[in-house]
Design a protein. Structure first.
Lengths: 99, 203
């Protein structure tokens, strides 16, 4: 049992920022870059580097659209991303239960 | 172990903060309630001036002049109540340091707006048909529906306020002729009670 729990701890979600991004996308559909930045209190560069990493792993998808004349980037968790993150949360909970 | 616990707390916080419009202030409710009561009082005053007895049980045929005055009172009440709601909520969100215009705020407004706009238009139609006795019940019912629908995205307690408004609306529809009284209870007194209660709870 214990081995399974630890193997479910996902290294991809270890950073605070990624935890935050995934948490927000678990409970919201599309969230745009500025809202995300405000909620996580991050700089543009910091947020961008983490979303690119998560997108690369196929945990989130990116949509670029024009709102008026301004380009707007929004994010949404993929099904795979939600599943992986759910597993990660369960693993964390299980580990705490044992500690 | 501590890191895992911190992680979980962080996850929970971010989920909550991003999906709930928490800056809604109890004082907004109190402000809106006071404005509503003032609006009610003013309405009775105008009716009294034209020697109309609101409770005489007869169908009311108001003159154009009276209707205009009542409409002005209604619109000012709406604007002032909204303004006080926005004012206290903006203040609270600044105090908490939360972004005001977040996804959660937009979702709250969006889910409340559909029943509200429908209700508003319905009330205009009802007025157009001269079915004045249905205006107050309709406002209460649609407002209740709006609160129930918005409660997913903000303080869940709003759900109960919504149910109370709905019930009052239905009662008002049954007891034709007492619309204004139910309206005063629903938009005035309930808001004030709810506002004080929320203010204490989330202080």
């Amino acid at each position: 049992m214990k081995d399974i729990d630890i193997s479910n701890i996902n290294k991809d979600f270890e950073s605070r920022v990624r935890l935050g991004i995934m948490s927000i996308l678990m409970v919201n559909e599309w969230v745009n870059f500025n809202d995300m930045k405000q909620m996580l209190e991050l700089s543009d560069g910091n947020l961008a580097s983490h979303t690119i990493a998560l997108e690369g792993k196929n945990y989130i998808e990116v949509r670029k659209a024009f709102v008026g004349r301004k380009p707007e980037t929004s994010y949404r968790a993929t099904v795979a991303g939600k599943l992986s993150f759910q597993k990660h949360i369960e693993a964390l909970a299980a580990l705490i239960g044992k500690g | 172990m501590n890191k895992y616990e911190n992680d979980l707390t962080h996850i929970r916080q971010m989920m909550e903060r991003s999906s709930t419009f928490i800056s809604l202030s109890g004082l907004s409710g109190v402000g809106a309630g006071l404005v509503a009561l003032a609006g009610c009082a003013l309405t009775f005053y105008i009716l009294a001036q034209y020697q109309i007895d609101y409770f005489d049980g007869k169908p009311n045929y108001y003159s154009y002049e009276v209707l205009i005055q009542l409409a002005i009172v209604a619109i000012s009440t709406l604007v002032l109540a909204l303004a006080s709601g926005v004012y206290f909520t903006v203040k609270k969100s600044k105090k908490l340091g939360h972004p005001l215009w977040s996804t959660a705020t937009k979702n709250t407004i969006k889910s409340a707006a559909i029943p509200l706009v429908t209700g508003g238009l319905f009330c205009i139609i009802v007025t157009w048909h001269h079915l004045f006795y249905l205006v107050a019940p309709s406002m209460l019912i649609f407002y209740g529906l709006a609160l129930v629908s918005a409660s997913k995205y903000t303080q869940s307690d709003i759900f109960w306020l919504g149910l109370c408004e709905l019930t009052l609306g239905l009662l008002a529809a049954v007891s034709v002729g007492y619309g204004l009284v139910f309206w005063g209870i629903g938009f005035g007194i309930l808001h004030i009670v709810y506002g004080i209660w929320m203010y204490q709870k989330y202080k």
